[in-house]
Each structure stands twice: as C-alpha cells, then as structure tokens.
Design a protein around this ligand. Structure first.
Ligand code: NDP
Length: 315
C-alpha cells in the first residue's frame, strides 16, 4: 500500500467536488481529487441542463462536467480515478484508503460523494439488471429506439427521463404512485402534452416479466384500496427515476448522519463534527440538490479548508 500526504483531499467529482477543487487550487492547496464510481457525478447522466447560470442556451451535463474538470486542473488539481474504501477520521492527519491501492493522509477532507439512484427494491430489478432495467435514460435510452419503455416516478427527474426517452422510443409510460406529479409545472406540462407519453397515475409496480430481458411490468392500480386493479403492460425497458440516497455510508462511524443518511453539517456551513472534514453537495443536502447549490457548497468547503489549515499552522 502506497501512503502519501496531502493538505487537501477531495472525494467525489460532481459540481461540489470540482468547485471545491477550483477554489482549493487557486488557494495553493494543491488538491488531490478522487473521481469515484461515476466520474463527473450525476450530471453526466442528465441531458440538457437549463438552470445552471451562465449558459443561456443550456448545456449538456457531460460538457458542464468536463468544463468544471478542466477549470479545476488549470489551477493545479490532481484528478485520479478510484473509490474510497476505508476512512479513519479518529486522529489527524486523517487517512483514506482508495481502490487504486493508495492510502492518503490528509490534513483536510472535502466529502462530495453525492447521491445514487434509488430502486424500488423488487427482486426483478436485480434479475433484469442490464437486461431492460436502468436508472439512467441518457446512458441506456439509445437501446430503446422505436420501442416501448416505462419510467417510474413523478418528480422532475422522471419527467426529464420520460421526455428524453420520448425522443427515442415509440411509447413511454410514466408510472406514478400518486394521482398527481410532484414535478415543477413546466415539466408537468411538457410530459402531459407529449403525444408519445402516457401517464399512469395511482399505479405501483409489483414485478417485471420476460424470458429474454424485460418484456413487461406487473402493475397495481390503487394498490391496497378496495377497488385495486391488476394491470400488465408490455414494455422493453424499465427506467427508475424515484430519487436518490446519499453516499455517506463510509463516514457513518465518524460523522453525524440524519435518518436518511445525509451528512449533518454545522448550520449553513459545510463543517462536520470532525475538524478539518467538510461535506459539500448532495451528500449533505436533502433540500435543494441542485448543481448550482452543490457548486456553492463546494466553494464554501474549500474556503473553510483553507481557513482551517491557516488556523492550524499547516499552510
Ligand atoms: P423527487 O424526490 O423530487 O421525486 C421522486 C419521485 O419518485 C416522486 O414522484 C416520488 O413519488 C417517486 N417515488 C419515490 N419512491 C417511490 C417508490 N418506492 N415507488 C414509486 N414512486 C416513488 O426526486 P427527483 O430525482 O425527481 O428530483 C430531485 C430534486 O432534483 C428535486 O428537487 C427536483 O426538482 C430536482 N431536479 C431538477 C431538475 C431540473 O430543474 N431540470 C431535473 C431533475 C431534478 P411521490 O411524489 O409519491 O413521493
């Protein structure tokens, strides 16, 4: 195991991690950033980002993330591939072990590990993994050109995925458990008005079927009600868009997490209860979960890291 020492270690490569890296780099902290399992984070799985300031015509998620990475590297960030597998925050310097066989001793750590897609928890989701079940329309939509797919969820992500898939597939079902969409008005209108999207309100998925991959889904309308009704739909692809859970498990022994697993920070700051360890972006944000709010918290975390290093006489 190689061991090396760093003043600034950033774990995760979404908008929070890269923005932290830009600020830490410009503060001369020579940050080391590990990309994690999904380089570029969740935004690399979205299509058009229309609400990141500075892009009046919108920008695709992957392009935005490439730009952020280039900007971080320009100021001296070293970007590596690898997953954090073990942490020891019991004494300083803190030690993080990565899947590339490196143990990093860090004076400060910015945790920006983001959040991952949730699944319904059906056995069939595992059975058909890679055979028709996906949590990323942008990644897998291409395989469903001219076919029929379903998207589960009623939030903005589900609408975005449904609209993206409607550009490829011949028919898109949205499976929504309530009698309304949670999504913003503009997204709701777009899916409701789309001729290839059919919204199945008050439907829950209880299983999938098919001999060679997904060929259909077993649904129940008004599940648990006296008038519940079993409905099967024929589909070729089943896309989950029901939210995310924070990637914080590795830090649970040392940091405070809320009941869902989000890292609890001090008020509006990114400070965790361990001095010199900060949390930024979706891993610590159950409320806003936007690229721009993640970027802002990454900035705050880097500024806090610099202050901490100064206070400790480590700069
Ligand atoms: P949300 O938490 O907003 O929505 C999740 C959806 O999945 C809800 O409709 C929820 O149903 C449904 N759901 C959750 N669990 C289940 C389950 N077990 N079975 C069936 N349905 C389930 O998550 P999103 O990922 O959509 O959005 C997260 C945040 O990101 C939001 O703040 C959103 O506004 C934002 N966002 C913004 C975008 C944009 O501006 N372009 C694009 C994408 C996301 P129910 O309503 O019944 O709880």
């Amino acid at each position: 195991m190689n061991r090396e020492h760093r003043r600034s270690l950033i774990i995760g490569s979404g908008p929070a991690g890269y923005t932290a890296a830009i600020y830490a780099g410009r503060a001369n902290l020579a940050p080391l950033l590990y990309e994690g399992i999904q380089p570029g984070g969740q935004l690399t799985q979205t299509t058009e980002v229309e609400n990141f300031p500075g892009y009046p015509e919108g920008v695709t998620g992957p392009v935005l993330m490439q730009d952020l990475r280039k900007q971080a590297e320009r100021f001296g960030t070293e970007v590596r591939s690898g997953l954090a597998t073990k942490v020891d925050l019991s004494q300083r310097p803190y030690v993080v072990t990565f899947s590339d066989g490196v143990e990093v001793e860090a004076d400060t750590i910015i945790i920006s590990t983001g959040a991952s897609a949730k699944y319904l928890g059906l056995e069939d989701e595992t059975k058909y993994a890679g055979m028709g079940v996906s949590a990323c329309a942008t990644c897998d939509g291409f395989f469903y050109r001219g076919k029929t797919v379903a998207v589960v969820g009623g939030g903005d992500t589900a609408c975005e995925e449904a609209l993206y898939l409607a550009g490829l597939a011949s028919k898109v079902y949205m499976i929504v458990r309530k009698d309304h969409l949670r999504a913003s008005d503009i997204m709701r209108q777009r899916v409701e008005q789309h001729e290839r999207i059919t919204i199945l309100y008050e439907h829950n998925t209880v299983g999938l079927f098919g001999d060679n991959g997904v060929e259909g889904a077993h649904l129940v309308k008004r599940l648990g009600q006296p008038d519940e009704e079993h409905v099967d739909i024929a589909i070729d692809g089943f896309f989950l868009a029901i939210g995310h859970h924070p990637n914080s498990e590795l830090f649970a022994d040392y940091l405070d997490l809320d009941e869902t697993g989000y890292i609890i920070t001090e008020g509006a700051t990114p400070r965790t209860k361990v001095p010199g360890v900060f949390a930024a972006g979706d891993v610590a944000d159950p409320l806003y979960r936007q690229a721009i709010t993640a970027a802002a918290s990454g900035c705050k975390a880097a500024m806090e890291a610099e202050r901490y290093l100064n206070d400790q006489g480590l700069l």
